[in-house]
Design a protein around this ligand. Structure first.
Ligand code: SF4
Length: 420
């Protein structure tokens, strides 16, 4: 039994907490962003030990306010990917939710709910901002029913307009007061401005990564979904800047030499449209090694919201932060307005020029599947190619394991892409 399996066993036996397992899992992960993620999870695990409030949040909450109020913000979307590394633990948490709460949620939400029901992540407050997904709102309503901590809920209108942005400024101000009462430390202008500037810098670096990946040959496989998750949680802290700069530097050197992550050079370019998927990293590596196919873009395309503009006064900061309430988190891209997802998919195909398209839809994500026919028709009509569709479970390998997913992709690649 390796260390991670022992850590998982300890949680299942009640000898360790979920945050302890999460820290062990992120510590054992590899990749440029693993150390950063470990630091984040340690701050969550040790929040109370360090005298801080742990504030969970869901949806496009402007987390700059949470950091500025000296809380440790727990982005609930960060939980599923790291917990899913423990197969038995994941199965146990899912079983608890399916038996005692609801079966009608997507896997991500079931796992988030299961993690908080486990009782070893002790949050001090919950802040929620809506996204257009029934699964998220049901999960949060169920969670809220079980919580005894204070909850702040944004009531963001569906449509983004100048008037609605202005309307939401009041609620941003209310959140600042709510956090001030919770922690005794109201967000201050200087801190808020610094956090918003860091968020802008991370966004610009992500833009540079996306541009580099559109080059031919593509210097590095995409992991937009993964970066979207980290950006939503940590963009404001400045912690993403060094690893992103290193990634850009690496991509630039490779691009100058015309190198590709595929050992025989890039033969094909894939666009992998999907919800979060537990084995995406392994799949992209396998595509490179076995077929010399580089993944140029993943998720539902590249778009992580806009830049903050003016932050001279507290009121200006609130007005800018209110804009972010209208941006759907990258991980739940399917919950966006259908027309903009279709448009983004077309732009992605035009910009990155993939010749292989996979749609690996989460079996529970009604948003993605609702879009699938329109997506297929639009891409066929406007770009002359349609995706290969298959269903997966975003977090649970018990539904389809890596070998089963590979077998399905192989059949398609060999028959259609390679024409064997
Ligand atoms: S958009 Fe899909 S993956 Fe995201 S919460 Fe909703 S159902 Fe789940």
């Amino acid at each position: 039994m390796n260390d991670l399996m022992q850590a998982e066993r300890a949680v299942l036996d009640g000898a360790a907490s979920l945050p302890e397992y999460i820290c062990a899992a992120s510590e054992s992960a590899v990749g440029a962003f693993a150390a950063l993620e470990t630091e984040y999870w340690k701050s969550v695990r040790d929040a109370h030990k360090n005298g801080k409030k742990l504030v969970a949040y869901s949806g496009p909450v402007p987390n700059e306010l949470l950091f500025a109020a000296d809380c440790v913000p727990l982005n609930l979307d960060m939980l599923p990917a790291v917990i899913a590394t423990g197969k038995t633990l994941t199965a146990e948490l899912l079983r608890d939710v399916e038996t005692h709460v609801s079966q009608n949620l997507c896997g991500c939400n079931k796992l988030i709910l299961g993690a908080l029901r486990h009782g070893s992540i002790e949050i001090d407050a919950l802040v929620r901002a809506p996204i257009s997904c029934q699964s998220v709102s049901s999960a949060l309503n169920l969670l809220q029913g079980e919580l005894t901590v204070p909850v702040y809920t944004f009531h963001t209108p569906t449509k983004r307009s100048e008037r609605n942005i202005e309307y939401m400024v009041n609620e941003v101000r209310e959140l600042a007061d709510f956090l001030g009462e919770l922690t005794g430390a109201k967000p201050q202008l200087e801190t808020l401005r610094r956090l918003m500037n860091s968020n802008n810098r991370a966004k610009l670096l992500l833009d540079d990564c996306a541009k580099l990946r559109a080059g031919e040959p593509c210097p590095m496989s995409s992991h937009m979904t993964e970066l979207g998750r980290l950006y939503a949680a940590l963009g404001a802290t400045g912690a993403l800047e060094t690893p992103l700069e290193a990634e850009i530097e690496y991509c630039r050197c490779r691009a100058e030499k015309g190198d590709s992550p595929c050992k025989n050079g890039e033969k094909h370019r894939a666009y992998v449209l999907q919800s979060p998927l537990w084995c995406l990293g392994e799949l992209t590596r396998w595509l490179e090694e076995k077929y010399d196919i580089v993944t140029v873009c993943d998720g539902l395309g590249y778009e992580y919201g806009g830049l903050y503009e003016s932050a001279e006064s507290m009121e200006e900061c609130f007005a800018e932060l209110s804009k972010s309430l209208f941006t759907t988190p990258a991980l739940h891209g399917g919950a966006q307005n259908g027309m903009s997802v279709l448009e983004r998919a077309v732009i992605t195909v035009e910009r990155y020029k993939p010749d292989v398209l996979f749609f690996l839809g989460d079996r529970w994500c009604r948003q993605s599947w609702g879009l699938s026919k329109m997506l297929s028709d639009t891409l066929q009509e406007r770009c002359g190619r349609a995706p290969f569709f298959t269903d997966v479970d975003g977090i649970d390998p018990a539904y389809k394991d890596l070998d089963q997913i590979k077998a399905q992709l192989s059949e398609y690649i060999e028959a259609v892409v390679l024409g064997k």
